[in-house]
Write a protein that binds this ligand. Structure first.
Ligand code: MG
Length: 311
């Protein structure tokens, strides 16, 4: 069944997925400011960090500390990525209540990412999910490279379906289907959702995580919305990529998503103006231009306004 309501839940990933590739370590206080601005703008689901080994990703070495300092706001869910049991233990230590797991539908991508076969990853993630649920946590589960793999090319949607069935059976509340390197197209999105629906996995169990590597993120998001998807991942300013996927750049920009859907009359619960301010902050924090289209429009309009005021 397709939901008939015109609302959209944005799942904001910039503090984690956006920053994890950034070589210069962002101070914890600046991350907290970005997160606060996203929450202030109306974001209700924010993925704030990943509990990877600090040595592997210095950018996220402050995960436990960051999580302990998050502003507690009614109705806001903070999510942390947990690559394995050790990561989950650190997530518990930090006190986060919502966690996300990840594996790839493509064998080669999964192997390069975590040096495990898909089967090995699935078994380990089932244990992580069981432990998390036992601790009263909520679990979302990402499947990467659903719409294409940088190494293998086409990925059979049936492979993603089989993985999703296992993850849902293990107790994940939501499956996030990742177009990790931006190879997906709207027809593919429709076909994947239809395949899942036929197997009994409704749209309410799915989220879409698009990348704009080839300029298709918004088209894919609209296609997903039109077949009933009501949760879509976004990253402010289009920040981020995937460190293990060559050529993966630019998460779907949260401002672009909010702008387009709100203009269509879809309620995201997010203030575009306040969100755009968060994008400006992220850009200044990193000291380089971000790729999001609405973000660039907003920055340009502000610069012109400032020039007029000064002139
Ligand atoms: Mg991403």
């Amino acid at each position: 069944m397709k939901p008939m309501d015109s609302t959209l839940r944005i799942y904001e990933v910039s503090p984690r997925d956006g920053l994890q590739n950034e070589p210069a370590v962002v101070p914890t206080a600046a991350k907290l400011e970005l997160i606060s601005m996203l929450v202030h703008a109306g974001c209700r689901d924010v993925e704030v960090t990943s509990f990877v080994r600090p040595r592997w990703v210095p950018q996220l070495a402050d995960a436990v500390e960051l999580v302990s300092l998050l502003p507690q706001v009614e109705g806001v869910n903070y999510w942390g990525l947990v690559p394995n049991q050790v990561g989950l233990e650190r997530a518990v230590e930090g006190g986060i209540r919502c966690v996300a797991t990840v594996l790839s539908a493509s064998e080669t991508h999964n192997k390069k990412n975590v040096n495990r076969t898909v089967r090995e990853s699935l078994a380990a993630i089932e244990d992580v999910i069981a432990t998390a649920l036992g601790g009263g946590m909520r679990v979302r589960a990402y499947i990467s490279t659903v719409f294409g793999c940088p190494y293998e090319g086409h990925v059979a949607p049936e492979a993603s379906l089989a993985i999703a069935e296992r993850l849902l059976a293990a107790g994940a509340e939501e499956i996030a289907l990742g177009d990790t390197v931006g190879m997906g197209n709207p027809r593919q999105v429709e076909a994947v959702v239809a395949l899942f629906d036929k197997a009994g996995i409704g749209v309410e169990k799915l989220s879409m995580h698009f990348h704009d590597t080839r300029g298709t993120a918004l088209a894919n998001a609209l296609a997903a919305y039109n077949v009933g998807i009501r949760t879509i991942d976004g990253s402010v300013g289009g920040l981020g990529g995937c460190p293990y996927a060559p050529g993966a750049s630019g998460n779907a920009s949260t401002e672009d998503l909010v702008h387009m859907f709100e203009a269509m009359g879809v309620d995201t619960g997010i203030s575009l103006e306040a969100l755009a301010e968060a994008g400006i902050y992220a850009e200044q924090m990193l000291g380089r231009d971000l790729p999001g289209r609405y973000h660039q429009y907003f920055r340009g309009a502000r610069q012109r306004a400032n020039a007029r005021a000064a002139g």
